[in-house]
Ligand binder design. Structure first.
Ligand code: GRF
Length: 222
């Protein structure tokens, strides 16, 4: 193996649905924004996830592991770990992967697993984040990328991107604007990780050798 090959970061992406964040990663790859990373496999827990077709079009290996065929979460997650590890990933990217993870699964990938969540964490962990932001009368909303920990939507937050909530916004219009931001920050964060600029240290993310006591903000990046 040559030097240039040995430093490449192998990325496995987990999806459950549309895969628009996966598409953003594919587009970044195709425009050399992920120069140090390889998207080696896309795994879905839903056989009909549209994101699988995106992966096939991009000539990325796809796998399906249907969670409904397993008796419980623990058994499914163990099988999923085996499947993921066959691809020898350096990084596991959750991109709209809609399953709660067992603690064993999380521990296995600690420090090398990222998730994107459609809220300004720690606000609105869990589901229906856009609706909850609207109902609360918030003036801003957004998305966060974090290292995954054993707490649902917990773990050190790396970066957030904000959008203003406008009068007349619905869940759909807000979701669309938030997703546009998601598609910017996920490729960015994966590229940082692949370049060795980002890692997890205990309960913190470290970026360019600085412990992040607060998440980075997309708008503040130079
Ligand atoms: C995104 O909004 C992401 O924040 C959430 O699930 C959604 C996935 O969308 N975790 P897609 O499948 O990437 O289009």
């Amino acid at each position: 193996m040559s030097n240039s090959e040995s430093v490449r970061t192998r990325v496995v992406v987990l999806i459950s649905g549309s895969g628009s964040n996966l598409q953003a990663l594919i587009d970044a790859r195709d425009h050399a924004q992920l120069a140090s990373a390889d998207l080696v496999a896309v795994i879905s827990n839903r056989p009909l996830a549209a994101g699988l077709q995106r992966a096939e079009r991009a000539e990325i290996k796809t796998e399906v592991l249907d969670h409904t065929l397993f008796p419980d979460r623990k058994t499914f997650d163990r099988q999923l770990m085996q499947l993921i590890d066959q691809h020898q990933p350096d990084l596991v990217v959750l991109a709209g992967y809609m399953r709660i993870l067992s603690d064993e699964f999380v521990r296995h990938y600690t420090g090398r697993m990222l998730n994107i969540h459609p809220s300004l964490l720690p606000k609105y962990k869990g589901l229906h984040t856009h609706r909850r932001a609207l109902e609360a009368g918030d003036t801003e909303h957004g998305c966060s990328i974090h290292f995954v920990s054993e707490t649902l939507d917990g773990g050190p937050v790396i970066i957030q991107a904000k959008v203003n909530i406008e009068a007349g916004d619905s869940e759909a219009t807000l979701a669309e604007r938030v997703q546009q931001k998601e598609h910017i920050i996920y490729p960015l964060v994966v590229s940082w990780y692949a370049q060795g600029r980002l890692y997890q240290q205990d309960d913190h993310a470290v970026f360019d050798k600085q412990i992040l006591h607060q998440p980075l903000q997309l708008d503040s990046l130079t």
